[in-house]
Write a protein that binds this ligand. Structure first.
Ligand SMILES: Nc1ncnc2c1ncn2[C@@H]1O[C@H](COP(=O)(O)OP(=O)(O)OP(=O)(O)O)[C@@H](O)[C@H]1O
Ligand SMILES: [Mg+2]
Length: 231
């Protein structure tokens, strides 16, 4: 059985220009990601890992090349089309959680659902299910500053999965956590991959975190090198 292709990056180039100067981050980068994959992306600081995640999530566009998602070139979408596509398919998880400090855990998790046509009772049900899945049902009314770092990251995971996206894009999701808490977060990501079929792309500096993925690629000097995951 061949796996279903989710992303096909074809000859992606990306450069940023500052005045007259242009800095090339990648040139002619190719990558495929299948449905159900869990890919760790490693590489030195400044190698373009966050830039790559932003392009996969439709937040940034390549300078050249195609990003096919389920066969369609998302780099051609308008801002409005991209926003709809993102809301339907993508969940983002960041190193510093990016929660709204004035809102409770439940209200933070509800945010992506406000873009959808859903009744408030449907929203409440989805929020409760997402918080339950990350083990935080009893913290729904807490605000971020009343939660530990690991719990805040769990809220962020609940927010990322509440609209049932296909793909989770995680940028250093355990970068600010101690080893034991990082392990819990990585186990949650692995559960979402194995039992809920979420495709995951995770940027990490930590080889121990990368071992939770099914495969690992190194990004260096604009090129990918597939690395063995040594247990
Ligand atoms: N909006 C921008 N304008 C100009 N240059 C940018 C912009 N965003 C990123 N860059 C440059 O692109 C390169 C890659 O940045 P990126 O943030 O993707 O690296 P990274 O691999 O995620 O690094 P880190 O591990 O430190 O997070 C860097 O040299 C950065 O300065
Ligand atoms: Mg980065």
């Amino acid at each position: 059985m061949t796996a279903e292709r989710l992303f096909d990056l074809k000859s992606i180039s990306k450069s940023f220009s500052k005045g007259k100067e242009s800095i090339a981050i990648f040139e002619g980068l190719n990558m495929v990601i299948d449905k159900g994959d869990f890919v760790a992306i490693m590489g030195p600081s400044g190698s373009g890992k966050t830039t790559l995640l932003n392009m996969l999530g439709g937040v940034d566009k390549p300078t050249k090349g195609e990003i096919l998602y389920a066969g369609k070139g998302i780099e051609k979408y308008s801002e409005g089309q991209l926003a709809n596509w993102r809301a339907a398919h993508i969940g983002f998880i960041f190193q510093f959680y990016n929660l709204m400090p004035m809102l409770t855990a439940a209200k933070n998790v509800e945010l992506p659902l406000l873009l959808k046509k859903m009744s408030s009772s449907q929203r409440k049900k989805s929020v409760a299910a997402a918080l339950e899945l990350v083990g935080l049902a009893d913290r729904a009314k807490h605000k971020p500053d009343e939660l530990s770092g690991g719990q805040q990251q769990r809220v962020a995971i609940a927010r990322a999965i509440v609209s049932d996206p296909d793909l989770l894009l995680c940028d250093e999701p355990t970068g600010d956590l101690d080893r034991a808490t990082a392990t819990e977060i990585l186990e949650t990501l692995q559960l979402l991959n194995k039992d809920f079929g979420k495709t995951i792309v995770m940027v990490t500096h930590d080889p121990a975190a990368a071992k939770y993925a099914k495969r690992c690629v190194h990004l260096d000097k604009g090129e990918f090198v597939e690395k063995e995951l040594v247990a």
